[in-house]
Design a protein around this ligand. Structure first.
Ligand SMILES: C[S@@+](CC[C@H](N)C(=O)[O-])C[C@H]1O[C@@H](n2cnc3c(N)ncnc32)[C@H](O)[C@@H]1O
Length: 344
């Protein structure tokens, strides 16, 4: 079994990383990956227990069924895998004598975003430290490791809450990978985990995603529908108008705020954003948009993935006095951007 599964995984990885892959083939390839992962892990997606989420002090950890389904967000999964491969390649090039170590927080039941890459590297080149809070996902992950016979790549696997996990100092991780998020950094603990783990890593460690920023956004629905009706539309997405970032999660911000973040009662600053009359008259919805730079030039555009779909706040046709919003990113058990509309 391991040999067949390994061979199939290697084939899927080659296809995923092939240049200019066509949409239909990409979809088929990711469907094959999902089937393979479900088969090897034996995860029963229909069992009610696998839909149960866990509520942590830093946000919601989604159940194994939902975490496994994240794979089906095609642009997300494809771009993350490509980005991680690029980051591994660059790190390896800088120091070919030493394996690249990825600390992956919130693996879900399959460690979807790194597993395919194991077929490209030797254990002397790539090592993984895996963190996951859900017991069923951890058990599934162990079956994945056994089923694909990839024990030699695993430096450690922890059943823990990554938002308060202390990383053993001997783990010299090069890349910190976290994908515990929804659009608008809502509900899930991406921010809490990033603020706990990144400050424990060496200065030059790579954070993936490199930057997530939230913006107040105006949307022109008609133009958007026209834009999205064209498949593979490469034109500029001129149907929305983003404000400057109202919240940013990247290395610089985390390092700057991490000491205060740990203090009781810490709050991110409140921001007030207004749009001009002209901007408001050209759009019909106001919401929160999410921009994600995964690594260097690999990013997810607005509306490209479930993670970058705007979170709607109001319909300007019905609420014509709205001119902007006061926003503040809230951390804790229900994280998210609190937004209060400002009216003229
Ligand atoms: C959105 S899913 C993504 C799964 C996988 N990373 C992917 O991208 O396909 C997030 C996963 O992180 C886990 N998780 C969420 N919060 C966590 C925490 N504080 N510590 C460890 N795992 C966590 C959840 O249980 C879930 O399996």
């Amino acid at each position: 079994m391991p040999t067949i599964a390994k061979k199939k995984l290697a084939e899927i990885t080659q296809n995923l990383l092939s240049e200019n892959i066509e949409n239909a083939f990409l979809k088929k390839t990711l469907e094959e990956l999902k089937l393979l992962l479900v088969e090897v892990s034996g995860l029963n997606q229909e069992a009610a227990v696998n839909s149960e989420n866990i509520f942590l002090s830093s946000g919601k950890a989604i159940g194994p069924k939902w975490a496994g389904m994240c794979l089906e967000d095609i642009p997300r999964t494809h771009k993350f895998i490509k980005a991680i491969q690029q980051a591994v390649q660059e790190t390896l090039k800088k120091n070919p004598q030493k394996p690249v170590t990825i600390l992956y927080a919130g693996t879900g039941p399959f460690a979807t975003l790194v597993l395919p890459l194991l077929s490209l590297y030797k254990p002397s080149e790539l090592q993984l430290i895996l963190l996951e809070v859900n017991t069923i996902s951890i058990e599934s992950l162990k079956r994945i490791i056994k089923g694909f016979d990839v024990f030699e790549y695993i430096k450690a696997i922890y059943h823990c809450d990554a938002s308060n996990f202390i990383v053993p100092s001997e783990f010299d991780a090069d890349i910190l990978l976290i994908e515990c998020m929804q659009h608008a950094l809502l509900r899930e603990p991406q921010v809490g985990i990033s603020y706990n783990l990144l400050p424990q890593m060496k200065k030059e460690a790579v954070l993936i995603p490199e930057e997530i920023s939230l913006h107040l956004a105006l949307i022109d629905t008609e133009k958007k529908d026209e834009y999205l009706a064209i498949e593979n539309n490469e034109e500029n997405r001129d149907y929305y108008k983003n404000s400057e970032a109202v919240f940013t999660l990247n290395k610089i911000e985390i390092i700057e705020n991490c000491t205060n973040f740990k203090k009781e009662g810490f709050q991110f600053p409140e921001k007030e954003t207004h749009f001009s009359e002209e901007q408001l008259s050209n759009h019909d919805l106001i919401g929160v948009s999410t921009e994600i730079t995964i690594f260097k030039n690999i990013s997810l555009n607005t509306d490209e993935s479930g993670l970058t779909v705007p979170l709607l706040l109001a319909d300007l046709n019905h609420d014509q006095s709205v001119i902007g919003a006061k926003t503040q990113y809230i951390v804790g058990s229900e994280p998210g951007l609190e937004a209060q509309l400002v009216r003229s």
